[in-house]
Design a protein around this ligand. Sequence first.
Ligand code: ATP
Ligand code: ZN
Length: 301
Amino acid sequence: MSAAAPMRLRIAIQKSGRLTDSSLDLLARCGLKYTRGKDQLMCYGENMPLDVLFVRDDDIPDLVQEDVCDLGLVGLNVVEEKRLRFEARGIAPLFERVRPLDFGRCRLSIAVPDGFEYRGPGSLAGKRIATTYPSILARHLAEHGVAATIVELSGAVEIAPRLGRADLICDLVSTGSTLAANHLREVATVLESQAVLIRTPVPIAPAKRDWTERLLLRIDGVEQVKGSKYIMLHAPRAALPAIAKLLPGSEAPTVLPLDGRDDRVAVHAVCRETVFWETLEQLKAIGASSVLVLPVEKMLA
Ligand code: ATP
Ligand code: ZN
């Protein structure tokens, strides 16, 4: 960490890509206020001693490794690839995973061209596999005892088979539409990935450590309320057991009397899962009325 701002935390996030909006949203939900000028590489946190560095996602583990940043938000795929590369060079990785986050979900998968007969890992033997994740792929092949040639590319992996550079690929997939557009078929998952928070395992100043802990608690709070809803409804007292079963992921609901009614009560509950229209319809079918579903903004367990 530079001597200029020893008490300020630095977090690295992706400058522009699939993780950027969700990373900024997470920091904003944690209460961080900052102003970002156009093309600015670093933003000064105005209400927390936390500055944000905007970089390519592949550089994030290295920035934590080199102690330029204390924290980073990056895909597990990148973290694992970097970790394996450092280990192969006999270097201890200095970034530890502290939290999985609820965005950036994808998987690193093996995909074969239409017409390729895949009967399991053995079908990869002797083939050329194009990827930007050679270390993760090498580990996967070794685990299955398969010898294949890894063709390391820096991008455009999905067109490698058509260009004759490889027989098949190992690439990131989320919906599979890119694969389909390139006449490729996903046959095996090598790694399930999502965004993770990484941090330096190197001891940091107590003031920075305290802020890191606060930030982690806030991140936990943000992750908990994602998808959580506050449900309020009126229902027949007799339907309470059935209602508790219908409300997804809810803890003991609050049951309140209704003025002048002995048979009906008000029920309030926090549901930690998505509440679907079907659930509301089922609630109505067992006698619920005045059903309200509200978003939960913050939660501190
Ligand atoms: P950069 O310029 O920062 O290097 P990039 O092209 O490597 O950008 P993106 O395509 O923005 O990166 O992907 C960033 C991360 O988003 C991936 O490393 C992965 O963790 C995640 N991700 C989620 N879904 C997908 C997907 N369908 N394809 C690729 N990455 C995905
Ligand atoms: Zn990248």
